[in-house]
Design a protein around this ligand. Sequence first.
Ligand code: ARG
Length: 602
Amino acid sequence: ADKWVAELEASVPELKDAVAQVDTVLETVHILDEYRHAIANELARITGLDSQFCFNLVENKFPKDASTGDFSIAVPRMKLPGVPAEIAKDLESKFTVNSTFASVKAAGVFLKFYVSSNYFRDRLLPRVLSQGEKYGHNSVGFGKVSIVEFSSPNIAKPFHVGHLRSTIVGNFIDNIQQANGWTTVTINYLGDWGKQYGLLAVGFNKYGDEAKLAADPIRHLFEVYVKINADATADATVHDEARAYFSKMEDGDKAALGLWRKFVDLSIVKYREIYGRVNVGFDIYSGESQYSATSPATKLVGAKMRELGLLKEDQGAQVIDLNEHKLGVAIIEKRDGGLMYLSRDVAAAIARQKEFKFDNMIYVVGSQQDFHFKQLFKILEMMGVPWAEKCQHVNFGMIKSKDGNMSTRKGTVVFLEDILDNVQESMLDVMKRNEAKYAQIQNPTHVADVIGITAVMVQDMSARRNKDYEFNWDRMLAFEGDTGPYLQYAHTRLCSIERKADFEVPATVDVSQLTEPVALTLLDVIAMYPDIVREVGSSLEPCTIVSYAFRLSHAVSNCIEALYVMNQPQEIASARLALYKAARITLGNALRSLGVIPLERM
Ligand code: ARG
């Protein structure tokens, strides 16, 4: 026993070292936090208050000027006994200024802190340059698993605007969760089950063409589906056939399932290719079919619901009465034994928790399904699963158009591929207007593809998620104003400055060369990025990153017009190049978190 105690004792200093190291790493992640810590620790020393409490009171405003200070604290919020203005004066006199802070001033009930500019720049720039693509990231979600389910289109049906928004916003959420240290698992939960897939099979036996299916499964299946639906409208017996086919599928009939499996597999191959164009990938392609009536997950759920006495019979169907929660009556099992979209979602959630032990699960689906998810989460809660509150519906408004499909200048599109081809084409038109410039671009279709997609994404993420918006082709594709192309342009300008400079940023830069207000503002904006990432990690609002990217691009543009790198004394040129490189890294990171590929030339 003594030996064991001795070993333990001996390991403690090591452990302490390790913890200290981790802390150092964490603190260097975020320069503004370092200042907040310094302020909080000093205030805690003077007042005896808890330093974490003080930390949370520290504010920094942007844009800042002499009157706001770099950081401030509203003294009444410290809840110290006495007159706040007098306490502010007292704290001012006791606060130790050192290399970190140039001065501290009491102003009324506020305490304002001014940082030593050189020290600040000296700490910030090397950090951004060395952290590169990791700049702005933090470890809030360290060791935790987040499931992000998004896109989730339905096989053989149109890829509508809701799926487009889910794809854009979902991909963004995956990126931002990762930037906040989470381990993510992305799932595309395809609509691939239900009577309509019996109908599709019946249609394929009548109208299907293997060659067309192999060439473009998504389009061909849609054609077949449209035809057989028309037939079914004219002749109700087609529905009976479809129902019979689907019940063979539910019963696990090999031949019936074989044809359906082929539809799904070929569609997934095509989906992968198209998502690749927008730089979106999924860890898992799943679908409603995994939760058929005979699957282990649905059986388990059914048994549990019965055991808990949640199910009631209602005209032959099994339902859960949610009226007391103002959520109506949820049908779980139809009279014919068939399950519902909702029932499959309950089973899927339980299966996912079993498999991934997730710490949160995010469903990125339009607000038309708000009610569905309320029912789902309530049922999970009633089933007593302790993780029900870890499920979150991240919803969004609609893209407004006449028929629910996206209309383009050339008509209505129903496939993601068409949407992408359309923006690419329109972007090429815009680019060709400047003939001289167009001639210089090496791979114009690729560039047009990326800028076009950037335009769609930025438009989509410019306002708060739950707002509806209307597709505005001309506005979205413009190079001026707050558009996607403008952000790409700002990034390419920064890349071009680095290309044209005939030297690399040296290992040590004299940052005191950066004195102009435009340069200082740009530094301030760069320093804010980690705050933005952390904030968006909980709000999951992409518009915060979009407006940050514009703010940064405007600050960049103001600098580029005033501060040259070429033909300057070496000291000045080096400091400015370091600044531009840090700006390029930060803008690139912001764009990547949105799911946009930053271009180097355009
Ligand atoms: N496939 C569904 C649709 O197109 C969306 C699926 C959303 N996810 C879920 N777990 N219910 O409406």
